[in-house]
Design a protein around this ligand. Structure first.
Ligand SMILES: [Zn+2]
Length: 372
């Protein structure tokens, strides 16, 4: 237990979320509790991790969650480790929620996305069909998140595109999508900015510059693809070619990368297997399982096509393997699942409480010490 690596989780504390500032002390080694010297509150060292208030051994939880993240059926884990099925499912739910927090904190940050591909998967639950829409940054193979809905409609697309927007910088951006018409409207709706011109009423919304949209429509007869048509819905051929060269070395407009990612998710989430018998009970189960699989894919799995060749002296070379998170410069190393489950998402930065009149000297000192 190293207090220098922990932060105060109390959102009302000026030092909340700040690491290595010397305000955390060990309160009780036996109970594994720490104390913040700024707000005086004590907290469990495991607060903010998957292991908070869990009595089971961490090694066992990590092993079970790793197996779940790679698609091992919960019944196999129940049989192998002699655990209750409800325990296994609760660990899956807990780690899925934790991974969603990690994803929102680290992945949904603005970056130059280049090319984004989006697609949907049909999933089965006991209450009927669910659609899972997901997006991927092609250059880094980074999974940008997914959303679930009972219908393959505008709401689903808008929810997904809002996620992509949170992760996008206002730079040239190419969307490669399937023939679903709702995508085009959803992209146009998500990627626009209000212009505040001090006029009364709702501000005008201006679309982002440099948004290119290309559709890949597959025509099939008897479940066999017989023809593919590609067309540009928005943007210029020259702009699209430049973005394709930048992200995949040229080539045609395609949705191959997101389809490959769909295959990974299908193999790791039993409810997504085609013609399988496994049904998710509720959409929340699938939502949590999706975040677990997606975050382990982003942070804990090397991607073969992301490796780069390093040239060493004497004509030797070495392959540097990378995860999508390394390629996107979110981290510099492969995370273990244990590391992922131990990651603490810091609370939002502290802001001094609003009071009438001039701030007191004590408040000014706190702001100067912790908000700089
Ligand atoms: Zn504190």
């Amino acid at each position: 237990m190293d207090p220098q690596t922990l932060f105060c989780p109390n959102s009302a504390c000026p030092a909340s979320g700040q690491v290595g500032k010397g305000n955390i002390r060990v309160h009780s080694l036996k109970e594994r509790r720490c104390k913040c010297t700024v707000c005086g509150k004590t907290f469990a060292a495991s607060k903010g991790t998957v292991f908070y208030r869990l009595r089971s051994a961490q090694e066992l939880v990590v092993m079970v969650v790793t197996l779940l993240a790679y698609g091992c059926p919960p019944q196999a884990i129940v049989a192998a480790f002699r655990l209750d099925e409800r325990t296994v499912l609760s660990w899956q739910a807990r780690s899925g929620k934790h991974c969603q927090g990690v994803h929102e904190h680290l992945v949904e940050r603005q970056r130059d996305l280049g090319q984004v591909q989006a697609d949907e998967i049909r999933a089965k639950t006991q209450r009927g069909i669910l659609w899972l829409a997901m997006a991927l940054q092609v250059q880094t193979r980074l999974w940008l998140g997914g959303v679930l809905s009972t219908a393959r409609d505008m709401q689903l697309m808008i929810a997904l595109l809002q996620k992509v927007r949170h992760a996008a910088l206002c730079r040239p951006l190419l969307f490669c999508i399937d023939g679903c018409a709702a995508y085009v409207r959803a992209i146009r709706q998500a990627f626009r900015e209000p212009i505040h011109d001090r006029q009364p009423g709702r501000p005008h919304l201006r679309p982002w510059d440099g948004i290119h949209i290309a559709q890949v429509v597959k025509h099939s007869t008897q479940q066999q693809v017989v023809a593919i048509t590609r067309h540009i819905v928005q943007g210029t051929q020259a702009g699209i070619d430049a973005l394709l060269r930048q992200t995949q070395g040229g080539g045609l407009i395609n949705t191959a990368y997101i389809e490959r990612l769909n295959a990974t998710f299908r193999s790791r989430l039993t409810a997504l297997i085609r013609r399988g018998r496994a049904l998710a009970r509720q959409s929340t189960t699938l939502h949590e399982a999706m975040y677990l699989v997606g975050t382990v894919y982003n942070f804990c799995t090397y991607h073969k096509s992301l490796r780069v060749e390093l040239y060493l002296p004497h004509n030797r070379h070495r392959w540097l393997r990378r995860t999508p998170a390394i390629a996107a410069r979110i981290t510099d190393h492969l995370w273990t699942v244990h590391e992922l489950l131990l990651f603490r998402v810091p609370p939002p930065p502290w802001t001094p409480p609003r009071r009438r009149g001039r701030p007191s000297n004590a408040t000014k000192a706190l702001v100067a010490r912790w908000c700089s």
